[in-house]
Design a protein around this ligand. Structure first.
Ligand code: AMP
Ligand code: GLY
Length: 418
């Protein structure tokens, strides 16, 4: 008997998860809430927003055919959607809110790392604006200021000068640029080295890192412009050697999962490690309590296993029984974004798709209006290609994106320019 699944979310990540689950012989119908025009082709979209917890719980209760709900975005995880589903006896993939706090509060995650000796940048936390100002008067520069809570990936300021640090602190704590997320701040030392993202499956005991990836967060070429959710990714990171992976596993991945268990916050789901490989060792920049977007778009295509079986094992605590298999091929994803993104942009602009070869198109902000595919968000489509190596995958992805058109479209030309 095939199993029906509800995926909560509507971005490129959710399209990639749906695409991968579609390839499982065990999966029947897939629902997506709210989904996008891409998920509509392989799943049934349900018009409920990812943060409408009542609406989602109600929908699952009314659809007894749904075997499992996969909660992909940060907000519903932090708000406790998994807890709510479990309280009704429903099966859900993702951490409970008590564990999702590892992403939802940087004050929490820094405290966890300090208590359990997990390497990260030295830091102080503040809930008092004046005290934070005083600290900045004499701290080392550059300095990093982070809003405590969820801020769409934009609550981190790297300040080269004291002036910028004062302005940034005011923006977060006084002007409330990120609302309540900025009630408290973490002020930390800058780390230098290179960044790598490692997503890992965990059932609370066993932790299995996926293949590595690298994200491009700035809007413009040469890492210029504003921070975005991510303008492109590639996998693997060539600089992240097997020795480094072993170090990160021993000093970061396993200790983090153990620490969460020791705190009675057992983490089940996908734990995302944002790492900086520094000259004196690998350190944690951030944790996310979920699949990354767009990291997922380059990692899942390389996974040879049945994703549904992995979700089952994470929930049931049997991850140690699964033999993981990854493709040796490389994968590159370039995001086509709306004109103006990450600031104001228009929606409803018609999209034309020409011949994209064997690229996979993971939709993010798309919808269908009067039979026409139109833009419906800042990041619109991720054009993803596999290749024997990164250079080949990159060439294919750029060839693919050159055949996608909409007014105002922009994309970075230097994704995976090694
Ligand atoms: P976060 O949301 O904490 O990952 O921060 C977003 C980005 O800011 C990271 O991907 C890094 O590029 C950068 N960043 C965060 N913390 C630091 C740090 N301590 N030193 C240098 N860069 C950082
Ligand atoms: N691309 C970074 C994130 O998903 O948080």
């Amino acid at each position: 008997m095939k199993k029906n699944i509800l995926i909560v979310g509507g971005g490129g990540r959710e399209h990639a998860i749906a695409w991968k689950l579609r390839r499982s012989a065990q999966v029947g119908k897939i629902y997506c809430a709210p989904g996008n025009a891409g998920t509509a082709e392989i799943a049934e979209n349900v018009d409920i927003s990812a943060t409408d917890l009542d609406g989602i719980v109600d929908f699952v209760l009314k659809h007894s055919d749904i075997y499992m709900t996969v909660v992909a975005p940060d907000d519903p995880l932090a708000l406790g959607l998994v807890d709510r589903l479990e309280a009704k006896g429903l099966r859900a993939f993702g951490p409970r809110s008590e564990a999702a706090v590892i992403e939802a509060s940087k004050v929490f995650s820094k405290g966890l790392m300090k208590k359990y000796g997990i390497p990260t940048a030295d830091y102080e936390t503040f809930d008092d604006y004046e005290k934070a100002r005083e600290y900045i008067e004499t701290c080392k520069l550059p300095v990093v200021i982070k809003a405590d809570g969820l801020a769409l990936g934009k609550g981190v300021l790297i300040c080269p000068t004291r002036r910028e640090a004062f302005d940034g602190l005011k923006e977060i704590m006084e002007d409330k640029a990120f609302g309540n997320a900025g009630r408290r701040v973490v002020i930390e030392d800058v780390l230098t080295g290179f960044e790598v993202s490692v997503l890992a499956f965990t059932d609370g005991e066993t932790v299995v890192p996926m293949v590595s990836s690298q994200d491009h967060k700035r809007a413009l070429d040469g890492d210029k412009g504003l921070n975005t959710g991510g303008m492109g990714t590639f996998s693997p990171s060539l600089k992240y050697t097997p020795d480094m992976a072993a170090e990160a596993y021993e000093s970061i991945f396993v200790p983090t999962v153990r620490a969460m268990k020791a705190e009675n916050r057992t983490f089940k789901g996908v734990l995302y490690f944002g790492l900086m490989v520094c000259p004196d060792g690998i350190k944690v920049l951030e944790y996310n309590a979920r699949f990354g977007d767009p990291e997922t778009q380059v990692v899942l295509p390389r996974l040879k296993n049945d994703l549904f079986e992995i979700f089952e094992a994470c929930i049931d605590g049997t991850l140690d029984k699964i033999k993981f298999m990854w493709s040796d091929e490389a994968c590159v994803c370039v995001v086509a974004a709306s004109g103006g993104y990450p600031l104001k942009y228009q929606k409803g602009i018609p999209i034309r798709i020409g011949d994209v070869g064997d690229c996979m198109l993971f939709h993010a902000g798309t919808a269908v209006s009067n039979g026409q595919l139109v833009t419906n968000g800042g990041r619109v489509i991720g054009v993803t290609a596999m290749g024997r190596n990164l250079a080949e995958a990159r060439t294919k992805a750029y060839k693919g994106i050159s055949n996608i058109y909409f007014d105002g479209m922009h994309y970075r030309r230097d994704i995976c320019a090694l």
